[in-house]
Design a protein around this ligand. Structure first.
Ligand code: IPM
Ligand code: MN
Length: 351
């Protein structure tokens, strides 16, 4: 298959892991006879420094003209502790999501047997946990009306019925392809927006009689995730709750450096690691490239290239089994971002 891929390396460790993602895709193309072409574009702090805008119009155009976006990370410490900053790298990510209409963020959480000891939870709780968080990505407090005064500030958690319906449809479709269990996470005991979510979900549930729908308050879900992660199959929730719960969920697997995500919606889909830009590690060749590499697998699977996706997943599993990993996974390992990426590419080419 021919695919045009927009590559947005961004900031911090982004550029280094991006190289490994592209290297993996090139190995797949060679091994399976696909043709992937890449167009690079700026975003985040790198784009602010270059053109004063974290998501320039030129980058939007590159994304719109591509079949998929391989995104890495944005964020820079020089903006973090400066509440006065007028533009922030993160705005680039939010602009990309909004302008491409990426309303559904799919974050699968899987555990790897050889990493169970890395989980902050006991192995018996974690082993076999396998669920997908579906986070609404273009609504809620992130995008609702805001006031930012010195004495008063607010963010509006606005959701409309069509926004809730379309994300629930995505969630139900996932549940149908998995273990037919959907948990709708909200705060309907307090928030009006959550009551709309729950109402819409209760109306839609009968259309999916094969799926067991249950409802959980977000505080309870935060607890359940660490008490009994195997309870979950597909979880769906609003933007802010999803942001928080997916960070929590990501450490269950033992390393945040392993989890990819897909953001899909109206325009070009984006595939990105769920971890951030880890500025302290930038340029040190120590960042784990696996979440980026698995994002490339999600990208290929999105286009129906199941065999190619599986080849990447097999290579990643083998690298973990054989200890070809970065120090976040095994502190004694001498593996680097570059060497792990190369190991994966070589594995794909030789299997
Ligand atoms: C994420 C990130 C972003 C978010 C930030 C960087 C704006 O934390 O993708 O989860 O809050 O959505
Ligand atoms: Mn987040």
């Amino acid at each position: 298959m021919k695919l045009k891929i927009a590559v947005l390396p961004g900031d911090g460790i982004g550029p280094e892991i991006s190289v490994q993602g592209v290297k993996t895709l090139d190995a797949v193309a060679k091994r399976f006879g696909d043709e992937f072409t890449y167009t690079y574009a700026l975003c985040g702090a790198a784009a602010i420094d270059a053109v004063g805008d974290p998501f320039p119009a030129e980058t939007l155009k590159v994304c719109q003209e591509a079949d998929a976006v391989l995104f890495s990370a944005v964020g820079h410490p020089k903006f973090d502790n400066n509440p006065e900053a007028k533009v922030r790298p993160e705005q680039g990510l939010l602009a990309m999501r909004k302008q491409l209409g990426l309303f559904a963020n799919i974050r699968p959480v899987e555990t790897f047997k050889c990493l169970l000891h890395k989980s902050p939870l006991r192995a018996e709780l974690v082993e076999g946990a396998d669920f997908v968080c579906i986070r609404e990505l273009t609504g809620g407090m992130y995008f609702g009306e805001k006031l930012e005064g010195t004495e008063k500030a607010y963010d509006t958690n606005l959701y409309t019925r069509p926004e809730v319906e379309r994300i629930l449809r995505v969630a139900y479709d996932y549940a149908r392809r998995r273990r037919n269990h959907l948990t709708v996470v909200d705060k309907a005991n307090v928030l009006a927006s959550s009551r709309l979510w729950r109402k819409v979900a209760q109306e839609m549930a009968p259309q999916y009689p094969d799926v067991k729908t249950d409802y959980m308050y977000v505080d309870n879900a935060a607890m359940r995730l660490i008490q009994d992660p195997k309870f979950f199959d597909v979880m769906v929730t609003e933007n802010t709750f999803g942001d928080i719960l997916t960070d929590e969920a990501s450490v269950i697997s033992g390393s945040m450096g392993l989890l990819p995500s897909a953001s899909v919606g109206e325009d070009t889909p984006v595939f990105e690691p769920i971890h951030g830009s880890w500025p302290e590690a930038a340029g040190k060749n120590i960042a784990n490239p696996l979440a980026q590499i698995l994002s490339a697998a999600m990208l290929l699977e999105y286009f129906g290239l199941a065999e190619q996706g599986a080849a990447i997943r097999k290579a990643v599993a083998a690298s973990l089994e054989e200890g070809a990993v970065t120090p976040d996974i095994d502190p004694k390992s001498t593996g680097t971002t570059e060497s792990v990426g190369q190991w994966i590419a070589d594995y794909i080419l030789s299997h």
